[in-house]
Design a protein around this ligand. Structure first.
Ligand code: 13P
Length: 257
C-alpha cells in the first residue's frame, strides 16, 4: 500500500471534520492529489471505522483500485484536482449553516471582509444537481472559478486547499461566515462591502500571507521582529541573575555592642 501518510491524513481530516461539528455521520468526503490521480474516501463507511487500506486510489481517467468503492462524489473530486492545479485537497461537508444558506440557493456576499478567505469578493452557491452526477461536478467547478470555496445548491460546502490543515481551517472560516450571515439576515439584509473595499482586503491578505503559517522572510508587511539575543549575551544575563540571587541587596545589621 503506497501513500500511507496521506491515507492517514485523509482519515484524520474526516475525524476532525465530525468531531469539530463541521460534518455529521457519513456525509462529506475528502481527497488528496497523488501523481496522475487522487486518494479519496470510500463511500458510506463511518469515519471511525476507516483504515488506511480503505482509502481508494483513483487515476484521473476514473480507474480505481482498493478494497472499497470510491465516494459517490469522485467525479467532482477528480474534475477539481484535474483542473485546479493550484490545490491538493478537496473537502466536502454538509456543515449546517452553509447548507442552510444553500437550501435557499444563497451564496455568501461581501457582508464581512473574511469572505476573501475563499479568494474573491463572494462565495458562490452552485445550481442544484443530483449528488454523484457529472452535472453536479460541472456546476461545482463553475461556482469555484477563481475561488477556493463554494456552496452546493440544496447540498453543502466544498473547500479547496494545498494541505489538510488549511482545508479544515478554510471550512471552519466559511462555516462561521455562513453562521454570521444567517444571524445578520434575521435583522435584515446587511449592507455589503464594495468591490474596491474587498479588493483592498484581498491585497492586505496577500501582503500579510494571511491565514498561512508564513515563512517570515516572505511576508512583505509585518511588524519588526525582535532581534534574537546572541548566545554570549544570554550567558551574561544568566550569570548576572545567579550572582544577584547569591548576594542579597540588604546587608545584615551589625551586632550591637
Ligand atoms: P459518500 O459517502 O459516497 O462520499 O457520500 C457522502 C456525500 O456527502 C455525498 O454528497
Amino acid at each position: 500500500m503506497s501513500h500511507t501518510k496521506l491515507r492517514q491524513g485523509i482519515i484524520d481530516t474526516c475525524l476532525e471534520m465530525n468531531h469539530s461539528g463541521l460534518n455529521q455521520g457519513t456525509s462529506g468526503n475528502v481527497s488528496h492529489r497523488i501523481p496522475g490521480g487522487m486518494l479519496i474516501t470510500p463511500t458510506s463507511l463511518p469515519y471511525a471505522q476507516m483504515k488506511p487500506a480503505d482509502i481508494v486510489a483513483m487515476d484521473f481517467d476514473g480507474t480505481y483500485s482498493g478494497r472499497r468503492l470510491p465516494s459517490s462524489e469522485w467525479r467532482f473530486h477528480r474534475d477539481i484536482l484535474k483542473n485546479r492545479t493550484d490545490v491538493n485537497v478537496v473537502l466536502h461537508t454538509h456543515s449546517v449553516y452553509c447548507t442552510t444558506l444553500a437550501t435557499h440557493e444563497l451564496g455568501i456576499p461581501s457582508f464581512h471582509y473574511m469572505v476573501a478567505v475563499a479568494g474573491g469578493t463572494d462565495i458562490r452557491c452552485s445550481d442544484y444537481a443530483c449528488f454523484g452526477t457529472q452535472e453536479l461536478s460541472d456546476t461545482a467547478l463553475k461556482a469555484l472559478e477563481g475561488r477556493t470555496a463554494c456552496l452546493l445548491g440544496h447540498h453543502g460546502l466544498i473547500v479547496l486547499a494545498d494541505t489538510f490543515e488549511k482545508a479544515l481551517w478554510r471550512a471552519h472560516e466559511v462555516e462561521t461566515l455562513a453562521k454570521m450571515y444567517v444571524h445578520a439576515l434575521a435583522i435584515g439584509e446587511p449592507p455589503r462591502l464594495s468591490d474596491a473595499e474587498m479588493a483592498q482586503v484581498i491585497e492586505q491578505m496577500r501582503r500579510m500571507s494571511y491565514g498561512q503559517t508564513p515563512d517570515l522572510d516572505s511576508v512583505a508587511d509585518r511588524p519588526h521582529a525582535a532581534k534574537a539575543k546572541s548566545a554570549s549575551s544570554s550567558k551574561r544575563t544568566e550569570k548576572k541573575t545567579t550572582r544577584a540571587k547569591a548576594k542579597p541587596k540588604t546587608r545584615p545589621k551589625a551586632k550591637k555592642r
